[in-house]
Design a protein around this ligand. Structure first.
Ligand SMILES: [Zn+2]
Ligand SMILES: [Zn+2]
Length: 262
């Protein structure tokens, strides 16, 4: 399978995954127009999609869901509580495009299996996805306040990760956000910091070639260089030398990462 992080950050998220005969996006958190432009960057078309997999109802994940689904007649998948929470936000979607994907459910699409798993985040019933084909595994996981042991079990030993590295704790603490919002971000149902992400990575990766895409960076409380540096430093303090078998990659809020094979 191949994937691209079309866009990632606190302003909008979408990850593209394809195999021989299917193509999906996890979330469509930018406007329809921006989503189309991001598809063009990787030389793909929205109309080829087999489905939009929704993680949770926050606007940086669903902004373009309704527009794209209506325009290109694409099925939408989400769990029951997320459907309930996003229904009034995405506009009218015909019944034949509405599909339920339960927590921890595995769905099979040709040679690809996709499994959902729960995360800890302040949304109705947030969940992310792991993709499996030919013994290869891709994990997409952002928007979680911490990485529980159960989650670690779900995401262990993948070949590629889209992994949240949301904020630098001191930037967040010193920054301009109101205390209530700072507390929410730092809480167990907020977002993971650069350091916490790195510690979790060190516990789940296997000793094999592993690509990690640092994702969902906060626009105000993080920077690409800082995220890469602090993840790298924390990994080293956990005994893992980035560049040996583990490789860190940036993602961007407006630019797609190149489509790569997992
Ligand atoms: Zn969220
Ligand atoms: Zn988000």
């Amino acid at each position: 399978m191949k994937f691209s992080v079309l866009a990632s950050g606190s302003t909008g998220n979408s990850i593209y995954v394809e195999n021989e005969d299917h193509a999906f996006i996890v979330d469509a958190g930018l406007t329809g127009k921006k989503m189309e432009a991001l598809f063009a960057q990787i030389d793909r078309e929205v109309k080829q999609l087999s489905g939009i997999l929704v993680t949770h109802e926050h606007s940086d994940h669903i902004k373009g869901v309704g527009v794209l689904a209506r325009k290109y007649n694409i099925p939408i998948f989400a769990n029951a509580k997320t459907w309930q929470a996003m229904d009034s936000l995405i506009g009218n979607v015909p019944l034949e495009q509405r599909f339920e994907w339960q927590m921890d459910e595995v769905k099979n699409f040709g040679t690809m299996d996709i499994q959902s798993f729960g995360v800890s985040h302040d949304a109705a019933d947030p969940m992310f996805y792991t993709f499996h084909e030919d013994g290869r595994k891709l994990v997409v996981m952002t928007d979680t306040g911490y990485v529980s042991d159960r989650m670690k079990g779900m995401i262990s030993a993948a070949d590629a990760y889209v992994f949240e590295s949301n904020h630098d704790v001191s930037m967040l603490q010193m920054g301009p956000y109101p205390w209530k919002i700072k507390r929410r971000i730092l809480s167990d149902v907020g977002h993971v910091s650069n350091e916490d992400a790195a510690v979790a990575m060190s516990e789940v990766i296997a000793e094999k070639e592993t690509q990690i895409y640092l994702a969902h960076l906060s626009k105000d409380n993080n920077m690409k260089d800082l995220a890469r540096m602090s993840v790298s430093q924390t990994l080293q303090s956990c005994g893992i030398m980035p560049g040996e078998f583990l490789h860190l990659h940036d993602t961007d809020a407006e630019k797609s990462t190149p489509l790569v094979l997992v």
